[in-house]
Design a protein around this ligand. Structure first.
Ligand code: DAT
Ligand code: MG
Length: 148
């Protein structure tokens, strides 16, 4: 089954939106493989956002993502990468539709609540940056037969 890396950013944690965000992915039918509340070091932030190195917002992005705890998660499901990007909404909350996480809770591109991998390659890379193999659990979900 496809996996993706999702993360409630420091603004989402401080605004007490972890439960709300987890509930959206649970209710959709995705399967939680691993999760943890953690701090991100500058080194990890720079690796995670490496594709944006050199852009004008890079320093602010690294400062923001290291400014407080994040809630890192791995979710599984058919097409989870594409569907979770839809549930998140557009990068800039001003363009994100109501009903999406960024559309419902975000106001500003620099504080947009949630991160999600955007391709199978970035999912694999980001999962291995944030999680050890033993932190990801394999277990059967009893509701799976009612979802697929
Ligand atoms: P996404 O988080 O939707 O995958 P991205 O990978 O293009 O978006 O950018 C990573 C983060 O960087 C994004 O969540 C918020 C910030 N960011 C992107 N574009 C920005 C901009 N023009 N100004 C300020 N911050 C920006
Ligand atoms: Mg991105």
């Amino acid at each position: 089954m496809e996996k993706t890396f999702l993360m409630v950013k420091p603004d989402g944690v401080q605004r007490q939106l972890i439960g709300e965000i987890v509930a959206r992915f649970e209710s959709k039918g995705f399967h939680l493989a691993g999760a943890k509340l953690m701090s991100i070091s500058k080194e990890l932030a720079e690796k995670h956002y490496g594709e944006h190195d050199g852009k004008p917002f890079f320093k602010d992005l690294v400062d923001f993502i290291t400014s407080g705890p994040v809630f890192a998660m791995v979710w599984e499901g058919e097409n989870v990468i594409e569907i979770s990007r839809q549930l998140m909404g557009k990068t800039n909350p001003k363009d994100a539709l109501p009903g999406t996480i960024r559309g419902d809770y975000g106001m500003f591109v620099g504080k947009n609540i949630i991160h999600g991998s955007d391709s199978p390659e970035s999912a694999e890379r980001e999962i291995s940056l944030f999680f050890k193999e033993e932190e990801l659990l394999e277990y059967t979900s009893s509701i799976k037969e009612w979802i697929y």
